[in-house]
Design a protein around this ligand. Structure first.
Ligand SMILES: [Zn+2]
Length: 448
C-alpha cells in the first residue's frame, strides 16, 4: 500500500521547496540560510520518524531570497488571505514552481513579514499607547503565535501540489514549537491534512503550544488515511536543552542544561547567542572529548530577548543542534521593550528610569528594577494609564516623577542619605490597569 493524499496523489516522495520571501522595503536576514536549513532538518527528521520512511521528504532551499516587487504595506492591502495569495503567486512565478515534478511538490514560503506589523524578536507591536508585548508564553516558554501573524496553507487537489505561507512570527525567531508551525502549514495542510476535531498535542492540533516538533506526532487516523502501514519508528539521536532560570533577571547568570545521547563525545561544537535579530552572534567553542551538561551564558546587564544555538558534531556520530529563545526580564511578567535604556546601579545625582506595573489581582503599583522593589498601597497620586516613573537621587532626598508630577521623600534630618538600594516609597497606588512603557526622556518631566 502506498502513501498518497486522500484523492490519490502519490506521497512516496515529497519535494518541498523552501523559499525566503522578502518585501521590497525589507533587508534579508544575514543568516537566513541557516534559519531555513534548521527547519528543513527538523521537518525531515519528524516526517521520517512519523511515516517510517514510507514517505520520503526531500527539501530544497531556494538559492536566493525571493525579493518581492511590492513593499510590506502593499502586500497587506487586504486581509490575511490577500497577503497569502499575493505572496504565494509571486513566489510561484519567480521560481517556476512545479513546472516539472518528481515527487509531490510543495512550496513553503517563509515570509519576512506578518499580516500586521510585528517585531517578532522582541515580540511587541506598536499601539497608540506605545509598544506592547504580543506573543504567547506557555509555562515560561515562548511559543509561536500572534494575531498579527497570518500563516496559511492549502492543498490543491486539481494540480496535485501544496502551497504554504509561514508568516515571520512562525519561523524567523525560533521559539519552542516554531518547527511545529512550519510542519503544520508546510507539510500537514499542504498534503491535505485537517485539524483534528478534538484538540490534542498532535502536529495538526496544539503541538506548537506544548513542545517542540519532536515532542509531537501525526495522528494515527491521519496516517492511516494516507495509507501508511504501521511500523516502528527509527531511533533519532537528539540534544535537548533547558534554560535555567527560565526567565533570568538582568545580572543573573544563565545555564543551558544539556541532555545528550548516552555515551556520546563531542568532536567539535559551538554555543552562540544574539540579542538583536539583525545583530551579530557571539560564538564560543565547546570543549571537545567531553559532554558538557551545563553551558554557561554570560549574565545580561539589561532586559533583552536572547536567541541561542548549540551545535555539536559527535565523535563517530551525528551532528546535533538545539536552538531556542528566552527573554531576560526584570520580573517574569514584564516584557522588555526595544530601545529601553538600562541604568547601572544609581548613585546620587542620577536620574533612574524605573518600571511600573500593576501586580496581578491587587491595586498595588509595583515599581521594579534590578536591586529595587517599591511596593506600597495607599493614596499617592492617581495613575490611570500606561506610564513611566522616574526618580532622582540627590543630597536632599529622593524625588519621584510621574506624569509630570513629582513627590519628594526628603532626607531625614541628621539621617543618612537615601540609600539607593532600598527606597521604599509609601502610598503608591494604581487606580486602573497599569502597563509600563519606556520613559522617553526623564529630563522632560516637570518638577513641581
Ligand atoms: Zn492549521
Amino acid at each position: 500500500m502506498a502513501v498518497t493524499t486522500r484523492d490519490g496523489w502519490a506521497l512516496d516522495v515529497i519535494e518541498a521547496t523552501l523559499a525566503y520571501f522578502v518585501p521590497r522595503d525589507r533587508s534579508p536576514l544575514a543568516d537566513w540560510r541557516d534559519r531555513v536549513a534548521f527547519y528543513a532538518r527538523r521537518l525531515v527528521a519528524f516526517h521520517t520518524r512519523e511515516l517510517t520512511g514510507q514517505s520520503e521528504l526531500r527539501t530544497t532551499v531556494a538559492a536566493e531570497p525571493v525579493r518581492s516587487a511590492l513593499a510590506a504595506e502593499e502586500l497587506r492591502l487586504g486581509d490575511p488571505t490577500f497577503t497569502f495569495m499575493q505572496t504565494i503567486g509571486e513566489v510561484e512565478r519567480t521560481l517556476a514552481f512545479a513546472r516539472t515534478r518528481v515527487g509531490f511538490p510543495i512550496l513553503i514560503v517563509l515570509s519576512d513579514i506578518n499580516w500586521r506589523e510585528l517585531d517578532d524578536f522582541w515580540r511587541v507591536r506598536a499601539t497608540d499607547a506605545g509598544p506592547i508585548f504580543d506573543g504567547i508564553i506557555a509555562g515560561h516558554h515562548h511559543v509561536p503565535g500572534s494575531p498579527s501573524g497570518g500563516s496559511c496553507a492549502t492543498y490543491v487537489p486539481a494540480r496535485g501540489v501544496g502551497l504554504a505561507l509561514v508568516s515571520a512570527d512562525g519561523w524567523r525567531v525560533p521559539y519552542r514549537g516554531s518547527d511545529c508551525v512550519v510542519y503544520h502549514e508546510g507539510i500537514g495542510h499542504a498534503i491535505g491534512l485537517p485539524h483534528p476535531e478534538a484538540a490534542d498535542g498532535s502536529v495538526m492540533s496544539h503541538a506548537q503550544y506544548r513542545g517542540e516538533l519532536r515532542d509531537s506526532w501525526l495522528a494515527g487516523a491521519d496516517k492511516r488515511a494516507l495509507g501508511w502501514t504501521p511500523a516502528s519508528p527509527p531511533n533519532i539521536a537528539e540534544l535537548r536543552v533547558r534554560v535555567e532560570p527560565p526567565v533570568p533577571r538582568p545580572g543573573e547568570s544563565i545555564a543551558l542544561h544539556c541532555t545528550w545521547p548516552a555515551g556520546a563525545r563531542i568532536a567539535s561544537g559551538t554555543v552562540a547567542w544574539q540579542c538583536e535579530l539583525h545583530g551579530p552572534w557571539t560564538t564560543r567553542p565547546l570543549a571537545t572529548g567531553v559532554l558538557p551538561l551545563v553551558l554557561a551564558l554570560p549574565a545580561f546587564a539589561a532586559p533583552t530577548p536572547v536567541s541561542y544555538r548549540i551545535a555539536a558534531q559527535l565523535e563517530g556520530g551525528p551532528a546535533l543542534d538545539a536552538w531556542g529563545y528566552f527573554q531576560v526580564r526584570i520580573a517574569p511578567d514584564i516584557a522588555p521593550l526595544p530601545g529601553e535604556v538600562s541604568a547601572g546601579e544609581p548613585v546620587a545625582g542620577d536620574v533612574v528610569t524605573v518600571i511600573a506595573t500593576r501586580r496581578a489581582g491587587t491595586s498595588d503599583l509595583v515599581v521594579e528594577r534590578p536591586g529595587f522593589a517599591l511596593t506600597a498601597p495607599g493614596a499617592w497620586f492617581e495613575v490611570d494609564r500606561p506610564t513611566a516613573v522616574a526618580w532622582i537621587v540627590d543630597g536632599a532626598g529622593v524625588r519621584v516623577l510621574c506624569d509630570g508630577r513629582s513627590v519628594e521623600q526628603p532626607r531625614a534630618a541628621n539621617g543618612p542619605a537615601p540609600a539607593p538600594d532600598h527606597f521604599v516609597l509609601e502610598e503608591l497606588r494604581a487606580t486602573s490597569s497599569i502597563e509600563r512603557e519606556r520613559m522617553k526622556n526623564p529630563a522632560m518631566l516637570a518638577r513641581t
